[in-house]
Design a protein around this ligand. Structure first.
Ligand SMILES: *[C@@H]1O[C@H](CO)[C@@H](O)[C@H](O)[C@H]1NC(C)=O
Ligand SMILES: *[C@@H]1O[C@H](CO)[C@@H](O)[C@H](O)[C@H]1NC(C)=O
Ligand SMILES: *[C@@H]1O[C@H](CO)[C@@H](O)[C@H](O)[C@H]1NC(C)=O
Ligand SMILES: *[C@@H]1O[C@H](CO)[C@@H](O)[C@H](O)[C@H]1NC(C)=O
Ligand SMILES: *[C@@H]1O[C@H](CO)[C@@H](O)[C@H](O)[C@H]1NC(C)=O
Ligand SMILES: *[C@@H]1O[C@H](CO)[C@@H](O)[C@H](O)[C@H]1NC(C)=O
Ligand SMILES: *[C@@H]1O[C@H](CO)[C@@H](O)[C@H](O)[C@H]1NC(C)=O
Ligand SMILES: *[C@@H]1O[C@H](CO)[C@@H](O)[C@H](O)[C@H]1NC(C)=O
Ligand SMILES: *[C@@H]1O[C@H](CO)[C@@H](O)[C@H](O)[C@H]1NC(C)=O
Ligand SMILES: *[C@@H]1O[C@H](CO)[C@@H](O)[C@H](O)[C@H]1NC(C)=O
Ligand SMILES: *[C@@H]1O[C@H](CO)[C@@H](O)[C@H](O)[C@H]1NC(C)=O
Ligand SMILES: *[C@@H]1O[C@H](CO)[C@@H](O)[C@H](O)[C@H]1NC(C)=O
Length: 840
C-alpha cells in the first residue's frame, strides 16, 4: 500500500559554521552574517558586503547533488540577485550564534530567468518558527521578494531550513543574520481591541510588513544604523489630500533619554505627515493609512512621533486610532516627549479578525486642543507569530518537516527499505549523542556538525518545552528590588473572589478598586490598573517604587503589587471607614463630632506635611480632596492616592511646570492660571477640605445660587465677616468651642489665600489645627463649651505642641517602617481604599 511512499526522503545536510563574523565600522553587531548564496565572489550591495555561502572552510555540504548554484548574466534588479542557491530537497543553513537574543533574519529571493524558478515553491522554517510557506512567484506580482524577520534566538545556533515542495525546488539569493539590540523590541505592549496588556512578545517571532517614513524619502540600509528599510507612506494614504508632508533638518532632532537613534534614525523623525489643507468644510478630520494585512494574525504596531511643527509646548494634541479603536487619546506630544523636536514612540498590538484584511491607523485632532492638527513621523507594522508558531498559515514546523515514521509502521518499512531506515536511525542516534556530548562541552563551537533533519525536530521539541515559562519573568525584576510583597495573580483572584463586582469599592482614573481578603484574613483594597489608562507599565513601576518608600501613619500604605500577566495591580491596606466625604454628607452615616473632625484634619495635615517635607525631594499630592482622605476603623485619617503625585521643585527651582490636573472645586486658582505647581497648591486644596468639613457640603454645588456654588468663595465671605458659624453644619451648632472654631476658620482662610506665597506651609497648618484642638479639648475639660475668648484658657502647654512632625523620615525598604507615633505601620492591620471619582 503506502509502503514505499516515504522512502525517497533524502537526508540533506548543508551546514554553515562561520567562526568569525565580519568586521563592521562602529560597534558591530555580535552576530553579523551576510551571505550571497550561490555566488563565487563577494557582492557589494547598499554599502554592505555579502560573501559567498561556500567561502568558509568550515562550510560543509553533505549532499552536493541536492543543491545547485545558479548565476545569471542578465540584468538582475540588484547585484545580490545575480546568483541563487537552488535546493531540490530539504536543506539547512546553520549559524553559530555568539549572543542570544533577537536577530534579524533577512531573506532575498529573485527567480533567476532561464532557470524556471518562478514556479518553485519555497517554505522556510527555523527550529521554532515557520517563516514562509509555499511561496511561489507564479502567484506573486513583484519581480523579487525581500523578507525581514526578528527572531529571538535562545541557543548557540540558528538553523534556517528550506523545504521544496514535492517534485519541485526551493531557492534563495541572499541571507542575512544580524544581532538586534536587546532594547529594540519590548516584551510588553498595549493591546487594542480587546484592550489590555499584551506580554510575552520576546518569545514570539516578528515579521516586518510595513516600515514607513511618513512624508519622507526611501531610507535604505545605508541610512539606518540597523540596516532597515523605510519607505514613503503616500501610497497607503486613504485620502492622499488629507496629509501634507513637513520636514526639518535631521540635525534638529534631539534624542532624549528614552529614545535612541537605534529606535529610528533622525531622518525618520525629521519628516512627517500633518493634516492637509484639504478643501473640506470640517477642519476636523482624520488622516488614515490603510495597510493590507493577513487576517487572523496579531500585529505589532509601533508609532513614531516628533513634534517638528509646533512653535510652543502643549499646542499639538491629537488622537491615534488603530482600526477605529482609540489607541492614544489626547496625546499631548511635546509634554510626553519632554520638548519639541524630541522623538517619542509607542507600541501597540492589534489583532486582525478573520473577516478583514486591512489594518488602518488614523490620527485626528483632539477637540480640546488650541490648534487643529495631528502628526505622524514613522509607522512600523510587524506580524506576530500565531499559536502554531507560524507567520503564515496554521502549520507548525513539526508539520512541515517530514518526520520519521511512527513505530507502528516499522515492521512493513523495515521489510522494504531496511537499509535506509537503519541508516537514518543511525544518523539520528549519532546526532543525539553528539548533541548530548556537546551540551556537556559547551565551548566546542568551531567544529562543524552534520545536522540531520530529524535532529531538527528533536531540537524543536526540546526548545518548545523549555520555553513555556512565561509570566513569571516580569515579576522577578520588580521583586528583586525589595518593593513590598509580590502577589501572584491567582492570589489576587482568590482575595477578590475573581474581581467580584459586589466587592467594588470605587472606580477611578487608574482603574477599579475592590475589597479583598488575603489568605491570612487581612482585609485589603485591591486597585486594578486599567491598561488603557494613561499609566503604562513604566509609570506603574515608578508608582510602586515611590509608594513603597513612603511610610507614614497618615498615608495609606502599599502592601504589595502584582504585575504578573501584565496586570498592574496594587494592594493597599483596607480603610474600614472609607472616605471622609461619606461621613460629611450624602450618606446616612452619623455626623462626626467637632473633636473627631479636628483629629481627622490634623491626621490628613500630618500626612501631607510628610509628603511635602519628609522625602529628599518634596512630593506634591495634586489631588487633595475629601474623597482622598480615608478613615480606618478608629477614624485615624490617612491620605490616599498620592501615587500620581509629582515630585516637587528641585532646590534651584521654585515650581514645577505641568499641565493642570486635579479636581474642580479644589484647584488652586494660581496653579490653574500659571500652571506652576508648588506645595502651596496642596495647601489651597486642603483649605477647601477644611471648609467642607465645617460646612458639610460639596466643594462645588452647581444647584445652589451662584454666589454659593463654590465653597471656597462662599465660606470666605462669611469668614471675613467673622460669621462662619452661620453656614456651618447644623449638627455642630452649640457644640463647638468658639475659640477653636475661630482658629479653624482663620487657618482655612489663610490656606485659601489668593497667592501661594501668602498661604501657610502644611507644617503651620498642622500647628494651627493642633492649637484649635487644644482649645476644644481644654474648653470641654473646663466644661465651658460656649467660651467666647481664648483668654479664658490660660496655661495651654503650647511648648509641648510640635509644630513640625520631627520624627518623620524616608524609609528605605519595606519592613523597617516607623512613623511619627513610633507605631509599626506594617502591623496596623486593616484599612480601606477610596472612591476616586473622575476628575484627575
Ligand atoms: C556571463 O556571460 C559570459 C559570456 O556571455 C561568460 O563568459 C561569463 O562566464 C558569464 N558570467 C557568469 C557569472 O555567468
Ligand atoms: C517550469 O516548471 C513548470 C512546473 O514545474 C513546468 O510546467 C514548466 O514546463 C517548466 N518550464 C520549463 C521551461 O522548464
Ligand atoms: C501551494 O501553492 C500552490 C499554488 O501556488 C497550490 O496549488 C498548492 O495547493 C499549495 N500547497 C499547499 C500545501 O498549500
Ligand atoms: C498585481 O497584479 C495584478 C494583475 O497583474 C494587478 O491588477 C494588480 O494591480 C497588481 N497589484 C499590485 C499591488 O501591484
Ligand atoms: C509530498 O508528498 C507526500 C506524498 O504525496 C505528501 O504526504 C507530502 O505532504 C508532500 N509534501 C509537500 C510539502 O507537499
Ligand atoms: C529572548 O528570550 C529569552 C527567553 O525567553 C528572554 O529571556 C530574553 O529576554 C529574550 N530577548 C529579547 C531581546 O527579547
Ligand atoms: C512632499 O510634498 C511635496 C508637495 O506635495 C512633494 O512634491 C514631495 O515629493 C513630497 N515629499 C515626499 C518625501 O513625499
Ligand atoms: C541614504 O544614504 C545614501 C548613501 O549614503 C545617500 O546618498 C542618501 O542621500 C541617504 N538618504 C538620506 C535621506 O539621507
Ligand atoms: C493621489 O493619489 C493618486 C493615486 O495614487 C494620484 O494619482 C494622485 O495624483 C494623488 N493626488 C495627489 C494630490 O497627490
Ligand atoms: C477619526 O477616526 C475615529 C476612528 O475611526 C473615529 O472614531 C472618529 O470619529 C474620527 N474623527 C473624525 C473627525 O472623523
Ligand atoms: C481564522 O481563524 C478561524 C478560527 O481559527 C477560522 O475558522 C477561519 O477560517 C480563519 N480565517 C482565515 C481567513 O484564515
Ligand atoms: C481594505 O481597504 C481597501 C482600500 O480602502 C478597500 O477597498 C477594501 O474594501 C478594504 N478591505 C476590507 C476587507 O475592508
Amino acid at each position: 500500500m503506502n509502503i514505499v511512499k516515504w522512502a525517497p526522503i533524502v537526508v540533506a545536510v548543508f551546514v554553515l559554521e562561520y567562526v568569525g563574523s565580519f568586521t563592521f565600522a562602529a560597534s558591530p553587531p555580535a552576530d553579523n552574517y551576510m551571505l550571497a548564496c550561490g555566488s563565487s565572489q563577494d557582492v557589494t550591495f547598499l554599502g554592505q558586503t555579502y560573501i559567498p555561502d561556500s567561502a568558509q572552510s568550515s562550510f560543509s555540504l553533505k549532499s552536493q547533488l541536492d543543491s545547485v548554484v545558479a548565476t545569471s548574466n542578465s540584468t538582475a534588479p540588484f547585484p545580490i540577485y545575480q546568483s541563487a542557491r537552488i535546493f531540490t530537497s530539504t536543506t539547512s543553513y546553520r549559524f553559530n550564534i555568539k549572543q542570544e537574543g533577537r536577530h534579524w533574519i533577512r531573506l532575498h529571493f529573485y527567480p533567476i530567468p532561464k532557470r524556471n524558478l518562478s514556479s518553485a515553491s519555497i517554505t522556510v522554517v527555523t527550529e521554532d518558527f515557520v517563516l514562509l510557506h509555499n511561496f511561489s512567484f507564479s502567484s506573486y506580482n513583484g519581480s523579487y521578494l525581500f523578507k525581514e524577520y526578528a527572531i529571538n534566538v535562545t541557543s548557540s545556533s540558528l538553523s534556517i531550513t528550506f523545504i521544496p515542495r514535492n517534485n519541485s525546488v526551493a531557492f534563495v539569493n541572499a541571507i542575512e543574520v544580524v544581532s538586534v539590540p536587546d532594547n529594540l523590541f519590548p516584551d510588553q505592549a498595549v493591546a487594542v481591541s480587546p484592550s489590555g496588556p499584551f506580554n510575552g512578545l520576546s518569545e514570539l517571532a516578528l515579521e516586518t510588513v510595513y516600515r514607513l517614513n511618513m512624508g519622507g524619502p526611501l531610507l535604505t540600509a545605508q541610512n539606518d544604523t540597523l540596516g532597515r528599510t523605510w519607505e514613503n507612506d503616500v501610497k497607503y494614504l486613504h485620502v492622499n489630500s488629507s496629509a501634507v508632508n513637513v520636514s526639518v533638518n535631521p540635525s534638529n532632532i534631539k534624542y532624549g533619554a528614552t529614545v535612541s537613534p537605534e529606535i529610528a534614525p533622525n531622518y525618520v523623525y525629521a519628516t512627517a505627515e500633518t493634516m492637509g489643507d484639504a478643501n473640506v468644510a470640517n477642519v476636523n478630520f482624520n488622516i488614515t493609512w490603510v495597510l493590507a494585512v493577513d487576517p487572523n494574525f496579531s500585529y505589532f504596531v509601533r508609532v513614531h512621533f516628533c513634534d517638528i511643527v509646533s512653535k510652543s509646548l502643549n499646542s499639538l494634541i491629537f488622537n491615534l486610532y488603530i482600526n477605529t479603536d482609540i489607541a492614544l487619546g489626547s496625546l499631548d506630544l511635546s509634554n510626553q516627549a519632554g520638548n519639541l523636536d524630541v522623538p517619542y514612540y509607542r507600541d501597540f498590538v492589534s489583532k486582525i479578525s478573520s473577516d478583514t484584511n486591512n489594518l488602518t491607523v488614523s490620527i485626528g485632532p483632539d477637540t480640546s486642543a488650541d490648534f487643529t492638527n495631528a502628526i505622524m513621523n514613522g509607522l512600523e507594522i510587524m506580524k506576530i507569530s500565531n499559536d502554531a508558531r507560524s507567520l503564515i498559515g496554521l502549520l507548525s514546523v513539526e508539520d512541515l518537516l517530514v518526520l520519521p515514521p511512527k513505530k507502528s509502521k516499522m515492521g512493513i518499512i523495515i521489510g522494504s527499505v531496511a537499509g535506509g531506515v537503519a541508516a537514518l536511525l543511525f544518523i539520528g542516534l549519532c546526532y543525539f549523542c553528539l548533541i548530548t556530548r556537546r551540551s556537556k562541552e559547551p565551548q566546542q563551537g568551531s567544529s562543524w556538525l552534520p545536522l540531520p533533519l530529524y535532529g531538527n525536530s528533536l531540537t524543536v521539541t526540546k526548545m518548545s518545552t523549555t520555553s513555556q515559562k512565561s509570566g513569571t519573568a516580569s515579576c522577578i525584576s520588580l521583586a528583586s528590588s525589595n518593593l513590598g510583597r509580590f502577589f501572584t495573580f491567582q492570589e489576587i483572584m482568590d482575595a477578590t473572589n475573581k474581581f467580584d463586582e459586589s466587592l467594588l469599592l470605587g472606580v477611578g482614573g487608574f482603574g477599579r478598586v475592590y475589597k479583598g481578603t488575603l489568605e491570612d484574613g487581612t482585609r485589603v483594597a485591591v486597585k486594578r490598573g486599567n491598561p488603557r489608562s494613561e499609566q503604562g507599565l513604566a509609570e506603574f513601576r515608578t508608582e510602586i517604587e515611590m509608594l513603597s518608600k513612603l511610610r507614614h501613619r497618615h498615608l495609606v500604605s502599599l502592601i504589595g503589587y502584582c504585575d504578573e500577566r501584565s496586570e498592574m495591580i496594587l494592594v493597599y491596606e483596607y480603610m474600614a471607614n472609607g472616605p471622609l466625604r461619606s461621613h460629611l454628607y450624602g450618606t446616612d452615616l452619623p455626623p462626626l463630632s467637632w473633636k473627631q473632625r479636628l483629629e481627622i484634619c490634623i491626621g490628613a495635615a500630618r500626612g501631607l506635611h510628610y509628603l511635602h517635607t519628609g522625602a529628599a525631594q518634596s512630593i506634591i499630592h495634586r489631588d487633595v480632596k475629601t474623597t482622598n482622605i480615608l478613615l480606618e476603623e478608629n477614624f485615624v485619617a490617612k491620605v490616599a492616592d498620592f501615587g500620581l503625585s509629582k515630585t516637587g521643585p528641585a532646590l534651584d527651582q521654585t515650581h514645577v511646570s505641568t499641565a493642570v490636573k486635579g479636581s474642580f472645586g479644589y484647584l488652586d486658582p494660581e496653579y490653574f492660571r500659571r500652571q506652576q505647581l508648588t506645595e502651596k497648591s496642596d495647601v489651597y486644596s486642603f483649605g477647601v477640605v477644611l471648609m467642607e468639613v465645617l460646612c458639610t457640603r460639596p466643594a462645588l454645588n452647581p444647584v445652589l445660587p451662584r454666589e454659593q456654588v463654590n465653597i471656597a468663595e462662599w465660606a470666605m465671605t462669611w469668614q471675613k465677616k467673622g460669621m462662619l458659624d452661620q453656614i456651618m453644619d447644623k449638627n455642630l451648632v452649640g457644640k463647638v468651642n468658639t475659640a477653636s472654631l475661630k482658629k479653624f476658620g482663620e487657618t482655612a482662610e489663610k490656606c485659601l489665600a489668593e497667592h501661594g506665597v501668602d498661604r501657610p506651609s502644611m507644617g503651620d497648618v498642622l500647628w494651627n489645627l493642633e492649637y484649635a484642638l487644644q482649645l476644644e479639648e481644654t474648653s470641654s475639660a473646663l466644661m465651658e463649651p460656649d467660651d467666647n475668648s481664648t483668654n479664658h484658657i490660660p496655661g495651654i502647654p503650647l511648648t509641648t505642641l510640635e509644630p513640625f512632625d520631627n520624627s518623620v523620615s524616608m524609609i528605605e525598604g519595606v519592613n523597617s517602617g516607623t512613623d511619627d507615633d513610633g507605631e509599626d505601620v506594617a502591623t496596623s492591620a486593616v484599612f480601606s481604599q477610596l472612591v476616586n471619582p473622575r476628575g484627575r
